[in-house]
Design a protein around this ligand. Structure first.
Ligand code: R5P
Length: 310
């Protein structure tokens, strides 16, 4: 097996290569003077089992084009099999037609990746599980939860906190974490009683006197987690921690988290952390590299990937 990366998250690719004790295939992935993507794979990859590591995070369009063009280069270089390793699969939030004349971007991007020449996809915590079915090639959707559970057990000693879903849509994920930690579950239910009246946050479950862990797949503006933390504290929670897989953190999100009442927010490195994130006192990064590396090893060995989660 050979690994290659674009520019989206080189530190993660290097950590995976260290885990697998492999060097990254040398490649020149840069821009023409007009900003088109230029790719040149600088080693022979004929007959190899290739893994292209590239999140389609911001700048999403550039990173997606790098991924597509790298896959095309590998296919034309006669790689035996190409697995697109996409730790963060962007363009996942338009996954169905919510109104007339809207696209299904997640399906379009899945088609582009397949058409470019990928034979398999490996990703982590897809925003919606059904996106797996948008690919007509084998797609493994890993769960970051084992990594998150380990961090919770390592860092939060004493009474196990209550797990809280920050919205109704995240209940399945939160229930699964609560089960793994053998603790209780609460849900933040956001409601707008009348149009034009501000949202009310109701807490389903008794959080009085309890420490709470919010769990979500994506933190983007930070609004969902920060508002949920405020609601929990106003309902008697003693302290609130947050865990999310993908730290999108656009705009002023890092500042918002820094100024929030969240004791800490932990994100995995599916998206390369920015210097601002690394400098933020209540954001901590945990790595997903061993989980991805192990899944890649198993794909290469034709071994079970699901047994990673047993
Ligand atoms: C929503 O479906 C997602 O699970 C996240 O809750 C959402 O993307 C977070 O966005 P933000 O941080 O902007 O509130």
């Amino acid at each position: 097996m050979r690994l290659i990366t674009g520019n989206a998250n080189r530190p993660l690719a290097e950590d995976i290569s260290r885990y697998l004790d492999l060097t990254l295939v040398s490649a020149d992935v840069r821009r023409f003077s007009d900003d088109e993507v230029f790719v040149e794979v600088q080693e022979n990859v004929r007959g190899e089992d290739m893994f292209v590591i590239q999140s389609t995070s911001a700048p999403a369009n550039d990173n997606l084009m790098e991924l597509l063009i790298m896959i095309d280069a590998l296919r034309r270089a006669s790689a035996r099999r190409i697995t697109a390793v996409i730790p963060y699969f962007g363009y996942a939030r338009q996954d169905r037609k919510v109104g007339p004349r809207t696209p299904i971007s997640a399906k379009l991007v899945a088609n582009l990746i397949t058409e470019a020449g990928a034979n398999r996809v490996l990703t982590v915590d897809l925003h919606a599980g059904q996106i797996q079915g948008f690919f007509d090639i084998p797609t493994d959707n890993l769960f970051a939860q084992p990594v998150i559970v380990k961090d919770i057990l390592d860092h939060l000693k004493g009474e196990t906190p209550m797990v809280v879903s920050p919205d109704v849509g995240g209940v399945v994920r939160a229930r699964s974490l609560a089960r793994r930690l053998n603790t209780d579950l609460a849900i933040v239910d956001k409601r707008r009683e009348k149009a034009g009246v501000s949202e009310v946050m109701n807490i389903i479950g008794d959080v009085e006197g309890r420490a709470c862990i919010l769990i979500d797949d994506i933190v983007d503006s930070g609004g969902t987690l920060v508002n949920a933390a405020d609601a929990l504290l106003e309902n008697g929670a003693t302290e609130v921690y947050a865990y999310t897989t993908h730290g999108v953190l656009s705009g002023h999100a890092v500042e918002r988290i820094q100024n929030s009442r969240l004791k800490s927010m932990v994100v995995t490195d599916t998206i390369a952390p920015t210097p601002e994130m690394l400098a933020c006192s209540n954001i901590r990064i945990i790595t997903i590299a061993p989980l991805l590396g192990e899944a890649m090893r198993r794909i290469n060995n034709e071994a079970s990937v699901s047994s990673l989660f047993d």
